[in-house]
Design a protein around this ligand. Structure first.
Ligand code: PLP
Length: 232
């Protein structure tokens, strides 16, 4: 795992340099779905900047036993409203905000806890039926609505491009998301900022960095292939 992280850091530095960017401006998010708390704790001692969790139960388990070693954790999976309560207050950023219903629940829970919850809007940039995330046409209406909520603070955009797309196509998707964020920055200057771009996974983080990602979310390239329990 240490070697994997060192190699990824090297690749990030190289990609940043060739894109004329600073490596420090790119955060490495370690995506630990399906991993044990021991594996998470071991990886937390390595130069990763933060963690990414897809499931509320795993977030609670790892958070409550201190496996992240005080590094921040972002929620990056589809979030059901009935699970918001346990995610708000543990996740420093919820990257997967994609509906008004969800934002209302997040704001309500954050108010109850006396905090403001940082969020990213997840964009379904490929317009895939099977995917979560807001369509790009729904982004601006959703931002408008979110600005009326007292306890959520939008900071940027997150995306998962269509799986298996060739690198140049993936790059085009990332570039569309970057342009959306720039438009949102112009439109809402003074009331919200959209400077965080969470784009790129094990197979696409170089393209993400080329198109301005400030967070890359990497699982397999750190921990190896995921083993899912057999469903009978
Ligand atoms: C699983 C996952 C990742 C990491 O994927 P890898 O291909 O294992 O790097 C990144 N982002 C999200 C939202 C994920 O669910």
């Amino acid at each position: 795992m240490a070697e994997n992280v060192a190699k990824i850091r090297e690749n990030i530095a190289q990609a940043a340099q060739s894109a004329g960017r600073r490596a420090e401006d790119i955060l490495l998010c370690s995506v630990c779905k399906t991993r044990t708390s021991d594996a998470v704790r071991e990886s937390a001692a390595l130069p990763v900047d933060l963690f990414g969790e897809n499931h509320m139960q795993e977030l609670v388990e790892h958070f409550d036993c201190g496996a992240y070693l005080s590094k921040p954790v972002h929620f990056i999976g589809h979030l059901q409203t009935n699970k918001v309560k346990k995610v708000v207050g543990r996740a420093s950023v919820i990257e997967s905000a994609d509906s008004l219903k969800l934002l209302l629940e997040i704001s309500r829970e954050a108010a109850k806890q006396g905090i403001t919850q940082d969020i990213l809007f997840e964009i379904n940039i490929g317009g895939e039926e099977s995917k979560t995330g807001a369509s790009k046409d729904y982004l601006f209406p959703l931002i408008e609505e979110s600005l009326n909520l007292a306890c959520v603070r939008p900071l940027g955009l997150m995306t998962i491009p269509p799986a298996g797309a060739p690198a140049d196509e993936t790059r085009r998707y990332f570039s569309m998301v970057r342009e959306l964020a720039a438009k949102a920055n112009d439109a809402y200057r003074g009331s919200a900022s959209f400077d965080i771009l969470s784009m790129g996974m094990s197979g696409s983080y170089i393209e993400g960095i080329q198109e301005g990602a400030t967070i890359v979310r990497i699982g397999t390239a750190i921990y190896g292939p995921r083993v899912y329990p057999q469903k009978n």
